[in-house]
Write a protein that binds this ligand. Structure first.
Ligand code: BT5
Length: 217
């Protein structure tokens, strides 16, 4: 994975969306400062000297939702920080969000061109309620964390989906929790093989994809 640095970008994902043709498979765009970070559903991602990067994947079909979560989880565990994954791919430490992932797929004339995996990982907590950073837990250099993260990502790409899913589900924060969806309460049973969340109440069982729903803790 080749690292390409920018001092300032509006968003590493937006930059790669506009420029993916210039870059190779597994190139990594890293911004020291990101001014208009994006979350899912047009939400904002705030950062201040934190880790903001996007990895480009051309011509393969990995499940980056699950792979990215496990790569971030392993990275924090390598730093002796305990954490959990909130479906689909937020990482929480002590019930506070430390990392989020925005995955975008580019199509041209119905043909898939690439996946862009954007990772925001806090070094510091910020003005967002319930955020936390790596430096709140351990003293470590940002570049060192980026290298561990990319090494973990690379190594997880070569593992079986069964192995990756096991790590994901063993660290799955929402399991057996009550969540609200469409003004009704459901218990979370787990995730399906195609990464949908399974919700159950007395009347129904739902399987929802991450494009359809955003669940609060
Ligand atoms: C995400 O969205 O969590 C995906 C964030 C992805 C950011 C990376 S940075 C590199 C790349 N370039 C981009 O432009 N984006 C990606 P979502 O699940 O929608 O969560 C967004 C919500 O998280 C916001 O509405 C806030 O409530 C909260 N939030 C924003 N910034 C945060 C932060 N730094 N730490 C913790 N929570 C934050």
């Amino acid at each position: 994975m080749k690292k390409i640095y920018f001092d300032v970008l509006d968003s590493t994902n937006s930059y790669l969306k506009d420029n993916y043709e210039k870059y190779e498979n597994e190139d990594v765009i890293i911004a020291n400062i990101q001014t208009k970070g994006r979350g899912r559903f047009d939400r904002k991602w705030v950062s201040n000297n934190d880790i903001c990067l996007s990895i480009l994947f051309k011509g393969n079909n990995f499940n980056h939702s699950i792979i990215s979560s496990v790569a971030i989880l392993k990275t924090l565990n390598d730093l002796n920080i305990e954490c959990s994954i909130k479906w689909p791919n937020d990482i929480y430490v002590n019930m506070k969000k430390i990392s989020g992932v925005l995955i975008e797929t580019i199509y041209e004339s119905n043909e898939k061109k690439c996946d862009i995996v954007g990772i925001g990982l806090n070094m510091n907590s910020n003005e967002i309620t319930n955020s936390i950073g790596i430096l709140d837990n351990v003293s470590v250099d940002k570049e060192y964390v980026i290298d561990i993260l990319l090494n973990n990502y690379r190594s997880i790409l070569s593992k079986s989906m069964e192995y990756i899913k096991k790590i994901y589900t063993n660290n799955f924060l929402l399991k057996n929790r009550i969540v609200e969806y469409n003004n009704k309460n459901y218990i979370v049973l787990g995730i399906t093989d195609d990464f949908k969340i399974i919700l159950k109440n007395d009347n129904e069982i739902l399987k929802l994809s991450s494009n359809e729903v955003s669940l609060k803790l």
